[in-house]
Design a protein around this ligand. Sequence first.
Ligand SMILES: C[S@@+](CC[C@H](N)C(=O)[O-])C[C@H]1O[C@@H](n2cnc3c(N)ncnc32)[C@H](O)[C@@H]1O
Length: 387
Amino acid sequence: MKSISVNRSAADRLRAFHPWVYRTDIQAAEGDPGELVSVHAPGGAFLGIGYYNPASEIGIRILSFSRTEINRDFFRERLLTAFRKREFLAGTTDACRLVHAEADDLPGLVVDDYAGHLVLQLNTLGWEPLRNLLLEELLELRQPKGIYEKSDAASRRREGLATVDGVLHGEIPGRIEIEEAGARFLVNVREGQKTGFFLDQRRNRETVSSYVEAGFDVLDVFAHTGAFGIRAGLRGAGRVRLVDISREALALARENMAANGVSGETVRADAFDYLADAPGTRDRYDLVILDPPPFARVRKNADGALKGLRHLIAQSLRILRPGGLLAAFSCSHHVSQDGLRLALLEAAADRGCRIEILEHFFQDRDHPQILNVPMSLYLKGFLVRPL
Ligand SMILES: C[S@@+](CC[C@H](N)C(=O)[O-])C[C@H]1O[C@@H](n2cnc3c(N)ncnc32)[C@H](O)[C@@H]1O
């Protein structure tokens, strides 16, 4: 295996089990793009084995911090370890993230399971030579009904890779029905956003819906296919209104409402415009959910993202009934929990009220958070009540 030496700061990061080497930290490199390389500190000490992409800002992603043979058994063991971590979900849902990239020691790889149909995202060059091995292992270990590859993430462009989108094995229906705590949702893997469904919010949907009382008026903003609103509907909400900018997502949301016997309405609108007008109407809600897209995919946009969130929160506070609840989320790694807390505090100051925090939210456990891998914590949120 060829060797790459990295500078002191990369060596320190790797010794703390951070799995990335930035291209600018590489001092001397042998190795071809996509190849496995062994990584060494300035004095020559071994740091790990990873795959190399000189075209990416992240030049090496570490697969192992110890001297190990990286072969089929290695990947099988990693996959099995990841699958075992999801066993806690058995009996509550048939859909989960089976592999969450760096957080499962398989950098660049995402595998979601929708009722026995697997959706893969291979986000890095290092996975290109491993596609067949991965496919064979997944077929043997999971016996899926179908496998779909949806490698269209922006990160792939940063790796110099084109989109791969299509069926790799078996059947992938246009609608896959999944179950989440008694609710039924249809997932459109081929045309939906990300891999089709926001699995990471599962536990938060459970918590938020547990606060819903019979007759609640619920506004689900950035609703996608309606998962929060529908779960609130199943808890007896009186009126459910879903707002999203995506026509396709709302069409599926209507199918989902019908599948669950939940009545509600969908509004196709830009949430900023919708919430700008909402306080001027008579509509008031007992629960508002704000689950926007990341806004800040890169660090330099974090301030703008927080400003947007503060604005959305301030408007939402204005349309809550007395005693009403607001669930506000950010799924950008670059927006911290403290940042979101401050946005809530500033929005409350605008509104002239105090805020009680009822719940702190994070992504569900099938999207593991590894303390040494800072980007693995990306989803955070609060359930609050203005006082
Ligand atoms: C993180 S997802 C929401 C997931 C959803 N809450 C769930 O649990 O399934 C963000 C959603 O925001 C929508 N969106 C993006 N920009 C928007 C905008 N400016 N106004 C309204 N919706 C928008 C996207 O179409 C997407 O459905």
